[in-house]
Design a protein around this ligand. Structure first.
Ligand SMILES: Nc1ncnc2c1ncn2[C@@H]1O[C@H](COP(=O)(O)OP(=O)(O)OP(=O)(O)O)[C@@H](O)[C@H]1O
Length: 397
């Protein structure tokens, strides 16, 4: 299938579009769609081929007057081997809608699928995490906050080379302007976002990569909350109760009152199967309520856990072989199904296995969000926002 060209509605405002003209004079884009590989909240991603038969990915996002996507503008600024590279952009008209088509290198696997397929060795986790940190260092050096780092947005090639994708929620943060707190997929959402902070920093990405590091270690999400309240409850269960100072540092949208018996931290219990002491130490520097005290990307890269990581050994690991030895569901095609929604209370997590394993701690947690944590009116306002007032992270501040 060739992407149809509707010349009359073609919007060629930002970029000269590469088009080929057939003998009949009908123009078409030089990409042949092969199949759909991803379905996000705001667009679809297709595998396609360009004129040189090179595999590319095309992400189609509706361009509407109501929603302004910063994705293309951010992608033009990002330039790093571990960040998704934009190759081309053009507009099409489909069903009377203006569609922005972003063309990328095609990268066949996601960390989400790898995690479903197999356990990762600590050495391979180091190599993946190091690459993720390099991507974050690059974007944070430009003050770009990704705001939606999840295993679905971490792409992998067959060698285990990592690419951070989906800059649809990314934003260049400006301390003088507020940003929406209802951002980032729930399991990876920093506690300051959960309490409604609108003046946050790139440290929200640090929280997300900490969640991803922990997930690579234990094979399932560390904080699989079923809604925003439960998410905060699960974090408190593992980190212990935040102090009054911690709460202030998280800059909640309204004063929070924690009506809880003091909960002691149990990060070490949760990660009891993890024998590498340095990774536990690193996580304890990431999972800190106060964003200022939370490790920066430079501190993470200097941590002993990442000492001596050697990317030239990447091909020696056999983790990526799971994609080639089993022919079924080896690519991104199924990736969207395991994604926890950005929305909260009205959406139950449909997750890879972990959330269906009921544990005693979960039954405790399920009580937490109804009676133990209350923030006068604030929790109510959070659940209202999840009920659909704010639905589009690409559109908002
Ligand atoms: N360059 C690529 N190569 C191959 N597959 C890709 C590529 N980019 C994205 N995908 C696939 O498409 C999925 C959705 O992509 P992306 O996250 O960019 O879209 P989205 O509409 O912003 O989704 P979401 O609502 O999940 O944020 C990814 O999880 C991945 O499986």
């Amino acid at each position: 299938m060739t992407i149809p060209d509707n010349t009359s509605s073609l919007i060629n405002d930002k970029k000269e579009v590469n088009m080929k003209e057939s003998s009949s004079g009908v123009k078409s884009y030089p990409y042949d769609i092969i199949r759909q590989v991803g379905q996000g909240t705001f667009g679809k991603v297709y595998e396609a081929k360009n004129q040189d038969s090179k595999r590319v990915a095309i992400k189609k996002v509706e361009k509407s007057n109501h929603f302004i996507s910063r994705e293309y503008d951010i992608l033009k600024v990002v330039n790093h081997p571990n960040c998704l590279r934009i190759l081309d952009m053009f507009y099409t008209a489909e069903d009377n809608k203006k569609m922005q088509n972003l063309v990328f290198d095609f990268i066949p696997y996601t960390l989400a699928i790898l995690l479903k397929k197999r356990h990762l060795t600590i050495s391979f986790i180091k190599v993946l995490f190091y690459q993720l940190c390099q991507a974050i260092k690059h974007i944070h050096s430009k003050n770009i906050c990704h705001r939606d780092i999840t295993p679905n947005n971490i792409l992998l090639n067959p060698k285990g080379e990592l690419t951070l994708a989906d800059f649809g929620s990314a934003k260049i943060l400006d301390a003088n302007h507020t940003s929406m707190s209802y951002i980032c997929s729930r399991y990876y959402r920093a506690p300051e976002l959960l309490v409604g902070c609108t003046n946050y920093s790139t440290k929200i990405d640090i929280w997300s990569i900490g969640c991803i590091l922990a997930e690579m270690l234990i094979g399932k999400p560390l904080f699989p909350g079923t809604n925003s309240h439960d998410q905060l409850g699960r974090i408190i269960e593992v980190l212990g109760s935040p102090t009054k100072e911690d709460l202030e540092a998280m800059k909640p949208s309204k004063p929070y009152v924690l009506q809880l018996p003091n909960i002691n931290p149990k990060l070490f219990d949760t990660l009891h199967n993890v024998t590498d002491k340095s990774v536990i130490d690193l996580l304890s520097k990431i999972f800190i309520f106060d964003p200022i005290k939370r490790a920066s990307i430079d501190e993470i890269l200097e941590h002993p856990f990442l000492e001596g990581v050697n990317l030239s050994t990447i091909e020696l690991f056999d983790e990526m072989k799971c994609f080639t030895t089993n022919s079924s569901s080896t690519t991104n095609a199924a990736s969207s199904s395991s994604k926890p929604s950005t929305s909260s209370s009205n959406t139950t997590a449909s997750l890879n296995g972990s959330s269906s394993n009921k544990t005693t701690s979960e039954s405790f947690l399920s009580r937490l969000h109804t009676s133990a944590i209350t923030s006068t009116n604030n929790l109510k306002s959070l659940s209202n926002s999840s009920g659909g007032v704010i639905t589009n992270p690409v559109t908002t501040n």
